[in-house]
Ligand binder design. Structure first.
Ligand SMILES: [Zn+2]
Length: 234
């Protein structure tokens, strides 16, 4: 086989190996990323509950104001009782008093319900905070667990890259530029083998003349259909 082509195939194979390591890193990180996402969701949930708590507190405050106002009204009614002159006035005053007392009872019941809601929300927040804490330690453990593995993959990547650089220095510069140009669009299928007289990249059949050229392997031959560099596997 043509020496240049042989070198190019080796470079292309190294590029493939380097690229194949990237998803490996992502895969190693997948559990960690999932845990981090889960933690963010829990933190958002805590924020939501805190907002709900503020709404409840507002309701408690306005109900307390209502209770105070009703208390003042009841005092007034009590004073009016001394000034009552007729049976009709007394009846009306009694009805007013009864209504105010009902309102007071209702408001106090409301506050009780709201305070229970607050307690429930606090319990939710505490549980979520606990879960976050647990996640934190799990995240730390996972980070420790994968750090060495990722480091090893990165080292492998680096050494492959150094190998590639060395090969590149020996590679014909024009050919290297040509390869990089194809690689921009064809990525890891820039240099492909011919199978059953078809391009291994676009799978279109190659005519006999070009096929013969590739077989002679005196020169770098590209696919007439897609432009990838072709070779025949020995
Ligand atoms: Zn092709």
């Amino acid at each position: 086989m043509n020496k240049h082509l042989q070198q190019l195939i080796e470079v292309a194979n190294l590029d493939k190996e380097i690229d194949a390591l990237e998803p490996k890193i992502l895969e190693k990180r997948s559990k960690l990323d999932r845990m981090l996402k889960e933690k963010t969701l829990k933190e958002q949930e805590i924020e939501n509950i805190q907002e709900q708590k503020e709404e409840i507190n507002l309701k408690i405050r306005s109900t307390n104001t209502l209770i105070e106002d009703t208390g003042i009204r009841l005092e007034h009614i009590a004073k009016k009782h001394h000034e009552v002159k007729s049976e009709r006035e007394l009846k009306a005053l009694n009805i007013e008093e009864e209504l105010a007392r009902e309102q007071l009872t209702k408001a106090n019941q409301d506050i009780e319900v709201l305070e229970k809601e607050l307690e429930a929300k606090d319990a939710c927040i505490l549980a979520l905070q606990d879960e976050c804490k647990n996640l934190d330690s799990e995240v730390m453990e996972e980070e420790k667990r994968i750090a060495t593995e990722i480091e090893e993959i990165k080292k492998e990547q680096e050494s492959l890259f150094v190998q590639k650089q060395k090969m590149y220095e020996n590679l014909d510069q024009k050919l290297a530029t040509f390869y990089e140009k194809i690689r921009k669009w064809a990525k890891n299928t820039s240099v492909v083998s011919v199978k059953k007289q078809a391009c291994g990249g676009c799978f279109i059949r190659i005519n006999d003349r070009v096929f013969a050229e590739i077989k002679q392997s005196n020169d770098i031959v590209t696919c007439p259909h897609c432009g990838r560099i072709l070779y025949i596997e020995s």
